[in-house]
Write a protein that binds this ligand. Structure first.
Ligand SMILES: NC(=O)N[C@H]1NC(=O)NC1=O
Length: 173
């Protein structure tokens, strides 16, 4: 069991299965991304790791990108209410103050999340650690009017931001 951030030297030495275990959730519930990343080693530094990770994500087909978005839990959704989020997502949603919403805010967010999913066929994804609850509610309203193609792009951009912060928690700078 690894405790705390690890050095890049250690990252490069991890057995493939161990690497996938450690990096298997930098993209939410997408361990296959971790496995592909394992094969891109040796990695010079954190920046190199992040560049490779972004290249892997950019190289996915549109349908695989949609699949990645669909692995993300709704913000302040049913899974959050039931305490069934991943450890990472729990901390992220908390950092945005999504565990402190008023009943009205929670209702609004859940209703808008549903409209968004109905329109685009994938959930609204935003990097919660870079946004507070009010900004998330505003972002959802603004992004709702975009095209599906644009939202796939923005959503994947947010996945990369989430992944970057998760990587920074795992690896020493
Ligand atoms: N729907 C959505 O954006 N979920 C995510 N965002 C984030 O920062 N962590 C998540 O799980």
């Amino acid at each position: 069991m690894l405790m705390g951030p690890i050095s890049m030297t250690a990252v490069n030495l991890l057995e493939p299965a161990e690497f996938t275990r450690v990096f298997g959730n930098v993209v939410e519930l997408a361990p296959s991304i971790g496995s592909v990343l394992a094969r891109r080693r040796p990695l010079k530094d954190v920046q190199h790791l992040l560049t490779e990770l972004n290249t892997i994500i950019d190289g996915l087909s549109d349908s695989d990108k949609v699949d990645i978005l669909r692995r993300h839990p709704d913000l302040a959704g049913v899974l959050a209410e039931k305490g069934l989020l991943t450890t990472e997502s729990t901390a992220e949603q908390k950092s945005a103050g999504l565990d402190q919403l008023t009943e009205q805010q929670k209702y609004d967010l859940q209703r808008m999340n549903k409209s968004y999913r109905d329109k685009f066929g994938f959930p609204f994804v935003i990097c919660a650690r870079e946004n507070k609850a009010v900004a998330i509610l505003e972002g959802l309203t603004t992004r709702m009017i975009n095209t599906r193609e644009r939202e796939l792009d923005i959503g994947i951009g947010e996945v990369k931001k989430i992944a970057r912060l998760r990587v920074c928690d795992l690896v020493m700078a």
